[in-house]
Design a protein around this ligand. Sequence first.
Ligand SMILES: [Zn+2]
Length: 63
Amino acid sequence: MNCREATRLMSEQQERELVLRERLPLKLHVMMCTGCRNFGQQMHTIRQIARTYAKNEDKDGSA
Ligand SMILES: [Zn+2]
């Protein structure tokens, strides 16, 4: 597992459930790698903002 794979898996994790064979090495890598840890946190934050925004859009939506 390198940084490239780790970031790719973290992106895919948003769309689908990772299998254990992906999740385990990813977790180990993120534990050791500050860069990927930050990437994961940023993505999590962006995801939550996007979700909140989408929810508000839906609420005030034109439907
Ligand atoms: Zn890394």
